[in-house]
Design a binder for this molecule. Structure first.
Ligand SMILES: NC(=O)c1ccc[n+]([C@@H]2O[C@H](COP(=O)([O-])OP(=O)(O)OC[C@H]3O[C@@H](n4cnc5c(N)ncnc54)[C@H](OP(=O)(O)O)[C@@H]3O)[C@@H](O)[C@H]2O)c1
Length: 165
């Protein structure tokens, strides 16, 4: 099973503010939808509450330390390892780690791929994508999206594939 991180960050690695996304990037959301459709996706409890509902067509796994936590239509687990093993046990081919910052920080060491949107701007963020060593990763795919009425900032989408641990 491929373990993939999917994230969008600004020039200073910012990914969120006030438990929301700090931008409106419709082309990025479309790409997210296409890539994750039909797959298991893993989110931290805060990101789940920010989205507010299970995403259609995907099997959402919510990670929380709260043993009483319930999320209608989702699986609830209590560690990132448990989330990955749940997806693997169901025969998933590619599990998508969808944030937020806490969950990225705990999975970047085991991820095989990073689908990374580099937002060409600086936002007032309070949550950040973890540092990682670019030399461990090679770029397989890239495209550029200019800013327009549906995309607040220009961005570059990159697929990074791990070359070595
Ligand atoms: N730009 C992007 O691509 C992107 C993607 C996703 C999210 N975001 C943004 O990121 C922000 C949220 O990120 P965040 O770091 O604050 O929160 P988060 O990672 O979404 O969720 C954190 C929560 O996950 C649970 N958790 C974390 N590690 C755990 C572990 N080892 N075992 C069990 N539970 C664990 C805890 O839940 P409990 O407190 O319930 O125990 C913790 O409070 C929001 O602003 C969101 O919009 C951005």
């Amino acid at each position: 099973m491929i373990v993939s991180i999917i994230a969008a960050m600004d020039r200073k690695r910012g990914i969120g503010v006030d438990n929301k996304l700090p931008w409106r990037l419709s082309a990025d959301l479309k790409k997210f939808r296409e890539l994750t459709m039909g797959h298991h996706i893993v989110v931290g409890r805060k990101t789940f509450e920010s989205i507010g509902k299970p995403l259609p067509g995907r099997r959402m796994i919510v990670v929380t330390r709260d043993v009483n936590y319930k999320a209608d239509g989702c699986d609830v687990v209590h560690s990132v390892e448990e989330a990955i093993e749940l997806a693997r046990g169901r025969g998933e081919s590619e599990v998508f780690i969808c944030g937020g910052a806490e969950i990225y920080a705990q999975t970047i060491g085991v991820a095989d791929r990073i689908y990374l949107t580099l937002v060409d701007g600086e936002v007032a963020a309070d949550t950040f994508f973890p540092e990682f060593d670019r030399r461990e990763w090679s770029e397989r795919e890239s495209f550029y999206q200019s800013a327009n009425e549906k995309n607040q900032y220009p961005f570059t989408f990159r697929l990074l594939v791990r070359e070595r641990q």
